[in-house]
Design a protein around this ligand. Structure first.
Ligand code: ADP
Length: 398
């Protein structure tokens, strides 16, 4: 089955065409700056990338261009659109409605739209992607795969905030968690890699990219995660602050004379690695600056590592010990320095890193010593595959 995986952002449309049975990627690309004059479409498999600079006024325009590149020109992967069997959409917020992925029908569209209050930056663009596909491929079944679904197994004691209970009842204020598709994929692969059946494994997953989150997975089910009502909670990130004393928010608003948009912007876009280092949100640049003696860059790296280390401790306690810890995403997969810093000094808890293995670059691998009681793994995430797999399962059952 050929599944077109779509990840639509406010000004971007990322896609991948995948044969689910062979796990082969047939086409890949991204339209960026959609809605502006300088929008472009970058596409094509490794070594054969193309760039098309065309003004794209909206997601519908972008979808037309994507379809053209799938069925014609140098990146042609299909003879006709009829060879696309299904479309899988990444949707960030599924609220309490969607513990698993769902077929997109009118009801799903209205629920995704209703949930936009909880994810104003993410659900509306996902709907634009869904509508664009509906316009261009009205008869192709579509599935929504939610970032939040994997965390619908959390117990109320893990997802409730100690605020007045009515706020949960009236506004749905609770922890939902994000990056669920990634945590689900790497926890499954992690258990396979450990040779432990998923329903017996206790795994801590660390998704460290621009956005960062940690989760505790027990017997195949998430029992806790660091992101909350929004993707701002938990770990320090590229530009997001993560968990801070909540009283700082009204305090900053008063002393800096900020309104709600401004304070949100400060915590989401100007904090984290960027806010502390003053250099960049990109760990590579922050590391270069630290190596050149920039003290604030060094502080940012130390704070980042401490925040992740703290969550490793929290989740070891929540799980009652762990069989494995998985690092994934840009920083988790690539930064040996950060992995070593995060797990430094945890030998007493049964986590022993092998410096040589940690330094090796590669695909899925162990980076702990052979006799480390808790095994540490690097597993590249593959959210697109999970979306394609869920889409395949739901559409095959129709
Ligand atoms: P996103 O959340 O946007 O998908 P990524 O998963 O691509 O982000 O992660 C981006 C982060 O990964 C950046 O901070 C970047 O510096 C970091 N990163 C990527 N490659 C490396 C590398 N080789 N060494 C250190 N950090 C890296």
């Amino acid at each position: 089955m050929n599944v077109l995986v779509i990840n639509a952002g406010s000004s971007s449309l990322k896609y991948q065409l995948m044969n689910v049975e062979t796990q082969e990627t047939l086409a890949i690309g991204i339209c960026e700056k959609v809605g502006s004059e300088d929008s472009f479409h970058k596409y094509g498999l490794d070594g054969a990338e193309q760039l098309d600079e065309t003004p794209l006024k909206d997601h519908d325009d972008a979808m037309a261009l994507v379809i053209e590149a799938l069925v014609s020109g140098p990146t042609k992967a299909l003879d006709s659109l009829a060879e696309i069997d299904a479309v899988g959409h990444r949707v960030v917020q599924g609220g309490q409605y969607y513990p698993i992925s769902t077929l997109i029908d009118d009801e799903a569209i209205s629920k995704i739209s209703e949930l936009s209050v909880l994810a104003p930056l993410h659900n509306p663009p996902a709907l634009m992607g869904i509508n664009a596909c509906k316009n261009h491929m009205p008869h192709v079944p579509m599935v929504a795969v939610f970032d939040t679904s994997f965390f619908q197994t959390l117990e109320p004691s893990a997802y409730m905030y100690p605020l007045p209970y009515e706020l949960f009842e009236k506004h749905g204020i609770r922890k939902y968690g994000m990056h669920g598709t990634s945590h689900r994929y790497v926890s499954e692969r992690g258990a396979d890699f450990l040779g432990i059946p998923g329903e017996k494994a206790r795994i801590i997953t660390l998704h460290l990219g621009n956005g960062c989150s940690a989760s505790a997975v027990k017997e195949g089910k998430a029992i806790d995660t660091s992101m909350g009502l929004t993707p701002l909670d938990g770990l320090m990130m590229g530009t997001r602050c993560g968990a801070i004393d909540p009283a700082i928010v009204p305090f900053m608003m008063e002393c800096e004379n900020l309104n709600t948009d401004e304070v949100n912007n400060l915590m989401n876009k100007k904090s984290g690695l960027l806010g502390i280092s003053g250099v960049s949100n990109d760990l590579r640049s922050v590391q270069e600056a630290a190596e050149a003696g920039n003290e604030r860059a060094l502080l940012a790296i130390d704070m980042y590592a401490k925040a992740v280390k703290k969550y490793v401790g929290i989740y070891l306690a929540a799980l009652g010990g762990a069989d494995g810890i998985v690092f994934t995403a840009g920083i988790g997969e690539n930064s040996a320095m950060m992995r070593a810093k995060i797990l430094e000094g945890l030998e007493g808890l049964g986590i022993v890193i092998d410096a040589e293995k940690n330094a090796v670059r590669g695909k899925e691998r162990f980076i702990s010593t052979d006799d480390s009681p808790i095994k540490v793994m690097v597993i590249p995430t593959n959210e697109e595959y999970m979306i394609a797999r869920d889409t395949f399962e739901i559409v095959s059952a129709l």
